[in-house]
Design a protein around this ligand. Structure first.
Ligand SMILES: [Zn+2]
Length: 384
């Protein structure tokens, strides 16, 4: 990976490369931004660039070669100058002072952590999922401090990344603050977080903060196509779920959203069918709610919402370029013509209302049935 493989963030990449070029790399950074926009990926790339033995330098760029020993060992997280700190599951035994808390995990936990780390090292955009890992422990910070005081490989700069730094508990935060108060010119610590308000203000104020705003839909769509092999239509739909986050968009595709969208379209068709629609509608609803997965049902309703929003755009003859369901333009055109005066905005309201009910203790079949009957009413479907 080099800077060219970091999705978006042209300005932020420039700031970091310029800091290297001008020899004013800060002792501590805090990368702030939504989850899944690549803050860790940028931090790892920055670490790699700072330690590269044969950097590729032009007037305004400073990139890693990705070939030298240093680049390769940072890539697989084995570099002596590189520490990657993250939340760990709690272990039964108390952590020995200064020991690496990873060594205290059970075999099973250790296996899980190693697997997740390997995935992260292969794809820096990967979000690690370690069971019961909600806290960055003081033992992790103590171990970090200890390894930072040891002399590294001699060359390059020592880098520590504290991923999701908001997960440091009070003890860890206070201990970490002391490290920040005694900066070492050859050490750079990078915190990443989507919840800066959960980090001690005294820590934040000592870091150079770099804000990663939401990614644009176009950037997400491009990444899904290029990195993940999505077809354009799939990428557009997934990006709509991402709301500025690449990995959120990527994971929405786990729900098989295209298939789910077809089911929602079928439901919409059934809701406007003149007669004999009830049985089919009931069966279709049962099929969708079968797994009783609230998030999936929420996704299903969002898909319906996106279809109606597209219909509104088409009806207003505006921003056709912004359609989410570009591949359904023809169907939506027909729908808009068939229900010219329908109160589509009220349908949007009904879908949103149903979406909030999904997480309440309400019969799911009933939520869908009520929504569809309301849509039927709003579209003024005549039975005779
Ligand atoms: Zn290199």
């Amino acid at each position: 990976m080099s800077w060219t493989q970091i999705i978006g963030y042209v300005r932020e990449k420039k700031i970091l490369q310029r800091a290297i070029l001008e020899g004013r790399v800060a002792n501590s950074y805090c990368f702030i931004g939504l989850e899944g926009v690549g803050k860790d990926a940028v931090a790892i790339q920055f670490a790699k660039t700072l330690n590269c033995e044969e950097p590729v330098i032009t007037d305004d760029s400073y990139d890693s070669c990705d070939k030298c020993k240093s680049c390769r060992s940072i890539k697989d997280f084995s570099h002596q100058n590189f520490e990657y700190i993250f939340a760990l599951p709690t272990s039964k035994k108390a952590d020995a002072k200064g020991a690496n808390p990873i060594e205290n995990l059970s075999d099973e936990q250790l296996e899980e952590v190693k697997n997740e780390l390997e995935k992260k090292s292969k794809d820096n955009y990967y979000k690690m999922q370690i069971e019961n890992a909600s806290i960055i422990k003081i033992s992790s910070i103590r171990h970090l401090k200890k390894s930072l005081t040891l002399s590294g490989s001699g060359r390059g700069r020592r880098i520590a990344i504290i991923s999701e730094a908001d997960k440091m508990n009070d003890e860890a935060s206070n201990s970490f603050l002391k490290t920040l108060e005694e900066p070492n010119s050859n050490i750079t610590i990078i915190l990443t977080t989507s919840k800066p308000n959960r980090i001690l203000p005294t820590i934040l104020s000592r870091c150079q903060q770099i804000n990663f705003g939401p990614m644009s839909n176009d950037e997400i769509i491009k990444a899904l196509i290029q990195r993940d092999g999505f077809a354009l239509e799939d990428a557009q739909l997934a990006a709509a779920f991402g709301q500025g986050s690449y990995t959120k968009a990527l994971h929405s595709a786990d729900d098989d959203i295209l298939n789910l969208r077809e089911q929602m379209l079928s439901l919409l068709r059934l809701s406007v069918k003149k007669k004999n629609y009830r049985l089919e509608m009931t069966e279709m609803i049962d099929l969708i709610i079968k797994e009783n997965d609230k998030n999936k049902l929420h996704t299903a309703l969002s898909l319906l919402l996106f279809l109606i929003r597209d219909a509104i755009l088409i009806r207003e003859n505006s921003k056709i370029d912004n359609l989410i369901n570009t591949d359904k333009e023809e169907v939506l055109n027909k729908f808009v013509k068939a229900y010219e005066g329908a109160a589509l905005d009220k349908i949007v309201y009904e879908i949103e209302r149903a979406s909030t009910s999904i997480y309440k203790n309400v019969n799911k079949h009933l939520i869908f049935l009520r929504l569809l009957m309301n849509i039927r009413k709003l579209l003024a479907v005549k039975t005779r």
